[in-house]
Design a protein around this ligand. Structure first.
Ligand SMILES: [Zn+2]
Length: 187
């Protein structure tokens, strides 16, 4: 009996192990929960939870698309700056152009301006004017990035509708309201 008893003990041990490993093999792998991560809002997950695309790469892609989208105005701005012999500087990825002939152009506009944005180009009467209006004009840069080629027609349409309604086509223009909310550089 001792021998048999040993055999029985062995069988129980073997079957015990077998049944445990069978249970484990039947357990389905569970996908990790997909949580929204504010720091990585563009993360795209595979089923196994691995990142499909690097958010930094997506963000770079978005930057490239934004520059391309606004490029017709940027190219026009660079051309005008070169023709008027402006002084070029690049600040935070935006080309800023100033100089006496740029100032002459800005002063002759319908509303004389300290600065004017054309895509990723900002014209300023002087470097000091560029610095003073930087935050306001950067909102216009973002608007060009959003609207692309449609920005100027959209801006002028708002101006026209407001003017026809007897309102201020400049200060009540939604594009200016957004820019002045960021920085009222006329104060
Ligand atoms: Zn403005």
């Amino acid at each position: 009996m001792l021998k048999n008893g040993n055999k029985l003990a062995l069988d129980v041990a073997v079957f015990g192990d077998l049944s445990r490993s069978t249970l484990e093999s039947r357990r389905q792998p569970v996908d990790p929960p997909r949580r929204y991560n504010a720091e990585r809002p563009y993360s795209v997950f595979h089923r196994n939870g691995n990142l499909q695309a690097d958010p930094k790469q997506l963000s770079t892609l978005r930057r490239i698309v934004a520059y391309l989208w606004a490029s017709p105005y940027t190219i026009a701005g660079i051309t005008i700056g070169l023709l008027l012999g402006g002084r070029f500087q690049v600040v935070d990825g935006v080309i800023e152009i100033s100089g006496p002939r740029i100032a002459g152009l800005l002063l002759r506009m319908l509303i004389p301006a300290l600065a004017l944005t054309f895509g990723h180009v900002v014209f300023g009467q002087t470097e000091a004017a560029l610095a003073r209006t930087r935050e306001h004009e950067r909102v216009h840069v973002q608007q060009y990035e959003r609207w692309g080629i449609a920005f100027v027609p959209a801006y002028l349409t708002c101006w026209l509708i407001l003017s026809l309604a007897g309102r201020d086509g400049y200060r009540e223009n939604p594009f200016e309201v957004e820019a002045y909310a960021a920085d009222d550089c006329q104060k």
